[in-house]
Write a new protein. Sequence first.
Length: 235
Amino acid sequence: MNEDDMRLARALHRAADAFPASPAPVDEVVRRGRVLSRRRRTLAGGAVAAALLAATTLGALAGKGTDDGPAPAPPATAVPEPQPTSSPPQRGAQTVRPYEQVPIGHGLRMALLPEGRQNYVVGRGDLTQSIELARVHAGGDSLQTGGISAGTTTVAQGVVSTGAFRTPTAPARVVVQVDNGTPHEAQLLALPGDPDWGTYHAFLGGGVPQDATITVTALAPDGHVLARLRTETPR
């Protein structure tokens, strides 16, 4: 019995002696007091243990979050980068009506005829008479497959290169180059119906020197050569 129990027992004995009734159940009261005291200590200890367990659990959860770090963000959708191109954009030929007198710049016109093959005229002003003459004298093919014709016309600003081409597939581009100079992109004309021939025209700038070599090249959409012609200007 500890000191608290002894004091409690003495107090209970004094209280019991003050009454004339039968002896009070001091021992039973003391026993119940001990039970209640132990129960209070058990409850207090259980509360402390619960608090410690909660703190430990929270600490473990917090520690886990710190170790793992924030949840990774979902990967961004990849944006495809534009692919580089090794050749200029495809152009192809402009479709024109038969006998249509198409202005090609520098006061010149060009007309394509359905009669014959690779039959066209180039000139200044009205081309009606030239077209009629070309119709009368129309013949067969003037070019073999893979062939190109070339000519030049002098204008006030320089020289215009013109000609026809006949290729197994329609060219995407025709370029005209004087000697080793910069290639000039030609404009292409063709009749309806996807024929295997057409015409081209390109302005070569301020004049072509004598004895210069002019190279005309027809290129497919993938860049390979469909036809090529090298010719020299007259002296």
